[in-house]
Design a protein. Sequence first.
Lengths: 305, 498
Amino acid sequence: LQELIQTIVSGLVTGCIYALIALGYTMVYGILKLLNFAHGDVYMIGAFLGYFVVQWFGGPTALSIPVALLIVVMMVVASVGCGALGTAIERFAYRPLRDAPRIAPLITALGISFVLENSILLIYGGFPRSYNTSDYISFSSGITIDGVRIDSVELMIFATTIVLCVGLLLLVQRTTFGKSMRAIASDREAAMMLGINVDRTIALTFLIGSVIAGIAGVLTGLQIAGINNTLGFLAGLKAFTAAVVGGIGSIPGAMIGGLLIGLAESFTLVYISTKFSDLIVFGILIATMLIRPTGILGKRALQKV
Amino acid sequence: MSAEDKSGAPRAAEPPELADPQTAGPQIGVDEWVQRSGAKRDEGVGLRLLAGRVGVRVGWWPRLGLALVAGLLAGHFLFTNVNLQQTAFNCALYAILALGLNIAVGWAGMLDLGYIAFFGGGAYGYALLSSTALGTGGTGGLHLSFVVLVPIVLVAAGVIGLAIGLVALRLDGDYLAIVTLFVGSAFVIVVNTIDTGTLGGVNGLFGLDPIHAFGHQITTTAGYFRLALISCAVLAGILHLLDTSRTGRSWRALKDDPLAAGAMTIPVSKLRVMAFSFGSIVGAFGGCLFAAQQASVFPTDFTANVLILIYACLVLGGIGSIGGAILGGITVTAAQQILSSPADSAYLFYGLILLALVWKIRPWRYLAAVLAGIVAFGFAANAIVGAISPSAVAGHPGSSGWIGHLVSNWVIVPVNANWYGNVMYGAMIVAAVVVVQLHGIRRLIAIVPTVYIAACCWEAKLITDPTVTTQIMLGVILIVTMAARPQGLLGKRQVEIV
């Protein structure tokens, strides 16, 4: 039982990261019907920004500031950097193609993802970089209940995810911005006619999605052993699966989907085989598509002519 | 619904009535003179008109035949060393792959990101059936003849394509993209992990038979080039017939508007699966050629990088155009080959910049001013920085030969160029974005430092890492083509009529 609960915990941790990335996918998809392949790479850049912050403040073994402050700075830097990057991508690459055929922005997204990945490869090389978290956050910190250990990084991931998700839900449900976002998602032209600033709302959506992805990148960097330029590809793919499983366009759906994918992956790793976790995720995606194409919380959209 | 237009004029200035060059005689609501000048512009003037007329008179299959003969002759007389032959073979191979991808992406409008799996599947199919992989202890195996092997592989690819296509049927465009992307990455995982005894795992399969049939076999690179070229020509012919057939028209109809196509009793789902399956078959054939020529297959031959390469070929040439796919395959592969050798890549880089400036800046007085400005800016910057700190300009540019000699007093390359190159790379991206946003005289002024920054970055960083530079170039091709000329070099522009 102890092993089972430990598996669930690690699955939830992975799932939280996926959920955070999936939020960006699902918001952009909901509002623009665009599959933003570059989102996974924005997340990867977030992880790299966090790494720079660690290096800037003296490296993992000789930090010049307290750990709590370091983590805050990391998140702020990653948020600002990724937010700027995501907004710039929207402004300069996607916006000129807003009225182009559907396939054009998809190919652009593919190109951007490829350029981002290879730019990091060009600048920093392909070998993994590590935050070396164990040098400044002790692994024995955290809590232990009946032999099930949750270390402090994992606790931080849970807490951050909950805060971000609740904040995002409030933002979308309660504010004017959220209202205009939902309006654009349901009908862009009508929203424009009602005086909603469509361009600004879309830019803000990219900004929020990218900020969350940047924070997720920092959290990942703190948790895993090493980050490199290909970090974003598979994570982005899985996060997109999470968004689809939960029902694309639905924010609570992305969270649930992320947790499910994380759990499925961790159970496969522990109980079946380390090789097949990616294939299992793929199987879940296919099954979802076949059984319930709209996902868990998605609504079937009527095609309008 | 949309109409197609052959000219590359700006989108907004184009009344849709003029969109069809085939329409003869004045149309309702269009002045006859406007009509005539529109038709003239569509046909082009001077040499272009002549070429167009000759082209129309000759018909498509003699032209294709001529191109094939020209290619074979070029292969015989020009490509005399193995490197050139290898490049030529790659060009033909990627032209074939781009043609196959075009069926699903260009004609049926489905973003197929799993194409690489069929390319790889074809290659592994060839590898299994023509080596000792299915035998025991390094002996035995099937060693099938090419004429038996290829049909087996192609039928298998078609059936698998059909199966995936049926799953994809339930999916809208974007879902299809993500499912096929998973198929593509699942392929690499599968050949890496499952049954490593037979499939070789990360070590791949090697020692494959050369292509052999009826007692003959192909052993030279030149032979493979000829085979690939002939296959490419035959394939282009078949695809042309398919494109102009009822099926081809239906594909284009469902690409433009699946709902309306369905209402016109076009069997949308059947045609989609068909397009997907046809594309898979062509991809698998390309895989067979690839494996046979290379005599080995490795999982790393079929990663997302190769997928992007094929997409770059198709997108640059023009989505939906047979000639475009072939042209794109040749251009991108040749460019990739040139980039991989530092001695030649400088020609490509500076040549492209010059070409873009000549093409984009009119009249010539502005062009001359900009070029002079770039040269002067460079020498001034080099002199100023050199006066402040001699070590900052003491590095050697990455280019060799006379270009390297020429630019060594022009670009700024410090002794330790790594960090500087990274900064310049970032500056180059920012500057390029700024240039795109500006207009008129401001853009001309902004071009001067941008080109200079790009040249510095090139000499300090990009040229030292040709593989990554190539990958970045492929991504940039996708982005720039989509933004500047979505129809590619030879494609037809879509005019949306609401």
